[in-house]
Every structure is written in C-alpha cells, then in structure tokens.
Ligand binder design. Sequence first.
Ligand SMILES: [Zn+2]
Length: 305
Amino acid sequence: MFAFQTSPLDRHGDSRHRPQFIAQRLQKPETRFLPVIKQSIATKVDANQASPMWLDYQQLTAITPHIEDKHLIYLGEYDSCDYFTFRLKSQSAMERLSSLGDKFELTELRQLLKNLPPEQAHICNVAVAIEHWHNTHQHCGVCGHQTFATDAGFVRNCSNQECQTQHFPRTDSAVICAITYEDKLLLGRQQSWPEKLFSVIAGFVEPGETLEQAVTREAFEETGIKINDVRYYGSQPWPFPQSLMIGFTAKAVSEKIDLMDEELEQARWFTREEVNRLVDNEEMFLPFKHSISRTLIDQWLNRNK
Ligand SMILES: [Zn+2]
C-alpha cells in the first residue's frame, strides 16, 4: 500500500485557535517539536539510519531561545503526545541543534519514508506540507502586505487593517491514471526525469474541471489517447511540495499515441512481460515504491498474472 494512508493525528481543529489550549499543550512533558526547513526534516543519524529529531521543550528553547508560540505550528495529538513543528531558520539554530549530542543532518521526507512507521510518516507529512504553505504565503495575495500566522499555524491573516483577508492552507489537486488497452498499460516519461524512469499519466486539475474531465484531458493532451470507463482508485497526499494525488484507472478506446503537448518525451504501451523483463534487467525504473503511481503499476502487474 502507498504511503500516507494512516491518519492518526487528532488535529483538535475545534480548540487549536485558543491560545490557552496551545499554552497548556506546550507545557506537557510529552510534547515534541520537529524542526523542518523546506522539504527537509531535522534527523538524527543512528547506525546509518536517519529518524526524525523530535525535541522536547527544553531542547527547543535551547536551540531557538527567542522562539514564541506564534512561530510554532500545532500538528495535533497522537497517543497522548502532542506534536508541533517549526521552521529551522538560522545557521546558529542549526549549529545549536548539532551540539545536542546526536549526529544531526537535514533529510528530505521522501528519503525517510522507507524507514518510518506509518504514524510517523503521516505526522512528518503534515509538518512538511504546512511549513511549505507558510513559507510560500508570507504575503497577502489580495493586497501584497505581510501576513502573520494564527490558529496555531492553520490560518495566516493579512496585516493590512483595510484588508484583513484570512488565508488557509491549500493543496494542489493532481490526477494520476493507469490507462490500459487490452493487456497493455500506457507508460510515459518526461525528459527531466531520471534516465529510464517510466510512470503512468498524471497532471494537475484545471479550474472548472471535474476529476474525470481532468484525467480525460491530460491523457489526450499528453498522448493523444481517448479514454472511457474512468474509475476512482484512491488518493494520496503528496507534500512534494503540496499536491493531493487522486488516482484512477481507465480504458483506452484507441491505441495510436501522439505526444501532442510534448510534455512527455516518450510514451508507449507495455505488456506485463515487457515491464517485468525491463525492470529485471534494469532497463526501466518504476516510480518511488511508496507512491500511488507505483501502486497503480504494481497492481496492474499482479492482476491476471
Ligand atoms: Zn491583504
């Protein structure tokens, strides 16, 4: 199964806007804080394996002496422990983090996934996604003034008294689809991808579209293939940087491929035998194991075998 299907956090959406609630959670000895920056998480490296560097309150204030509650994002509660994240901003904070004792490094969440239990993967996913949102919404999209965080990091308010627009975290909807024709699967690759990597067809939903319309449009624009029987498969939050992948299967009504919009440098039909042989011979690589794209391909490979 693909990553991020477990959602153990109680986000306390009804209470997190209250400063007293957050203050009380901050004082609990079990509460933990995760330093993040962009797509990376502070990790401690033990026996060559990286794991998230969860800090207690004392360690938090040791590395960021001037931190205020408003800099902390409340992720939620899981198993009687409350989790916060914050942005690791300065070089000096990083140096102080190094001095805490454990061997420390910044690791991209994607690299950590294979070692993380599903609950930890989910919490880290929320941390990286919301930190990215804060980082890219420092200014109001309506009037351009600076924004500031409220509601324990789940709202940003415009500082312009005449505007006061509230901004909420957003995700980008993207569709991804395993398109089959008889016993073959349509796989393609973009020029910018690592060599030999192939995947199923994907693209962002455009304004005014249903998800099914987006799948149909993307398939046609990228490969010239018309499809029907579009069926929902599942979804996956994909915080790289802020997508929600919505998976489908569909059947092609024609076989001829035309790379119309040139987004793909290559696309063609593959049989199961071909994919298995090419992968075994390292002549083809499939997407990251924890992704919904890989799961769609693996499921097709195993079916009717
Ligand atoms: Zn504004």
